[in-house]
Design a protein around this ligand. Structure first.
Ligand code: DX5
Ligand code: ZN
Length: 229
């Protein structure tokens, strides 16, 4: 199943509630929430208070992307403030398996992310323990960057590994995804597309509709085997 996952990093925080309501009206299911600590990535974004605040009114699936050093320290906190799924970075975890187990022990879905410079093969040992693999298609830390074309082969490699492993694992991509790049990533095997600057803006409803229509169109054109994703 394909999903557009709007990233609130690009939201207008003066109008966050309104914008989340529009996402819901446009049948978006997944909300991507980028948490940055100023250590694993240079930037600092937001954390638990924002998530618990929007949790009160927003029924979307909260897909929390932790760009945080040694994230196992915070899994309980993010679970309590309303995360449904938590993705950690392989490069940020001294013990990857312990972090994934901590997420599952909270009853949440666990994701594992790799930066553009990390080879696809590094996620292989963990495929039995994850619900999602996130292939970063920009250097994590900022919205509005351009898709790194060299990541396309890595998406394909991860898709092959997921197929070989036979488990039901989402393949998410994040960074520079828009109407021009979505066909490339979908054809390579991605099924969850994070969209920050391409989804949010004053015309958010129009943007989301266009992205969803583009995705549906590409899905129809892909080979039947791929269209099941
Ligand atoms: C970047 C974040 C992304 C970001 C994507 O480190 O992980 O989720 O919001 O923004 P765009 O879609 O604008 O590249
Ligand atoms: Zn993200």
């Amino acid at each position: 199943m394909y999903e557009i996952c709007p990233s609130i990093l690009s939201a207008d925080f003066n109008r966050l509630g309104e914008q989340l309501a529009v996402l819901r009206e446009e049948n978006i299911n997944i909300l991507h929430i980028d948490v940055m600590d100023g250590m694993f990535v240079p930037s600092i974004s937001f954390g638990m208070p924002l998530i618990s605040s929007i949790r009160k009114e927003c029924p979307l699936v909260f897909d929390v992307h932790l760009m945080v050093t040694d994230p196992v320290r915070y899994i309980g906190d993010f679970a309590r403030c309303g995360a449904d799924r938590i993705t950690v970075h392989l490069e940020a975890c001294p013990d990857v398996r312990a972090a994934l187990e901590a997420i599952h022990s909270q009853g949440l879905k666990a994701g594992l992310s790799i930066k553009p410079g990390t080879p696809a093969g590094e996620v292989a040992p963990y495929l039995g323990d994850v619900d999602l693999v996130l292939v970063m298609t920009v250097e994590p830390g900022f919205g509005g960057q351009s898709y790194i074309a060299a990541c396309t082969d890595k998406i394909k490699a991860v898709r092959r590994m997921i197929e070989e492993c036979g488990r039901d694992i989402e393949l998410q991509v994040d960074g520079g995804i828009n109407l021009s790049t979505m066909e490339t990533v979908m054809a390579a095997g991605a099924n969850w597309l994070v969209c920050g600057s391409s989804a949010f803006g004053p015309d958010i409803r129009e943007r989301v509709r266009t992205l969803k229509a583009g995705m549906a169109d590409i899905e129809k054109r892909l080979l039947p085997g791929q269209a099941e994703r």
